[in-house]
Design a binder for this molecule. Structure first.
Ligand code: HEC
Ligand code: HEC
Length: 158
């Protein structure tokens, strides 16, 4: 339950920028930001394929070892929106193991230089916590200059 309304606005405003605008939804869904950003980064819908989102939304009671159950009407609204905003193209269409963004080939490749101890730092906890390093992850923005080294990391992130 973070700044859902604000994040929604920023999503809209930021979509005007070129570089990774493809990552951002054409229109933010406040219900999504609110319900799906309560425990972790608000994942940009383009980070997973439509098929993966469909499985995630169909199994919220057993959600990566957690219970993220919602009312049927909420599941329907969020699920429908995710389908329209899901990632397309070769990179995202390929099935991500366990329907995880963090297990996709592109993810592993982009993060190959992150020292392994960094993922386990208390300030990161897991690769799923994008915002520990990408300061604008909640807005679907992952530019290099928006990175910050998490607390406890020696040296710089690059
Ligand atoms: C009650 C807390 C909670 C809520 C609410 C929640 N999640 Fe999660 N989610 C988790 C946990 C815990 C993980 C696993 C994180 C880890 O492995 O470190 C996770 C992981 C994920 C992942 C995989 C991330 C990766 O590692 O690639 C996706 C995708 C995801 N959640 C989507 C959603 C969506 C969509 C919603 C809203 C319908 C949602 N989550 C709501 C707790 C939650
Ligand atoms: C421990 C820090 C850390 C975490 C956590 C993390 N990343 Fe990254 N990410 C990086 C670094 C470092 C790079 C490489 C940046 C570069 O090469 O410019 C990167 C690169 C990327 C890129 C490529 C950016 C570009 O320039 O094209 C994307 C997209 C990305 N990350 C998404 C994510 C997502 C989504 C999550 C969460 C599911 C995540 N990252 C979690 C550190 C992190």
């Amino acid at each position: 339950m973070r700044t859902s309304f604000f994040a929604g606005l920023t999503w809209l405003a930021a979509s005007a920028c070129a570089s990774d605008s493809a990552m951002r939804p054409s229109q933010a869904l406040p219900l999504y930001t609110q319900e799906c950003g309560a425990c972790h980064t608000v994942y940009a819908p383009a980070l997973l394929s439509a098929a993966s989102w469909s499985r995630v939304m169909g199994n919220l009671g057993r959600h990566y070892g957690s219970d993220a159950s919602l009312e049927p009407a909420q599941i329907q609204t969020i699920g429908r929106w995710l389908q329209t905003e899901a990632g397309t193209g070769r990179k995202r269409d390929k099935a991500s193991p366990e329907d995880r963004i963090t297990r996709a080939d592109w993810f592993v490749h982009e993060h190959r230089k992150v020292p392994s101890y960094v993922w386990q730092l208390a300030s990161v906890k897991s690769a799923s916590q994008c915002s520990a390093c990408h300061t604008r992850a909640d807005e679907g923005s992952f530019r290099g200059r928006e990175l910050r080294a998490p607390v406890g990391m020696k040296g710089r992130l690059e």
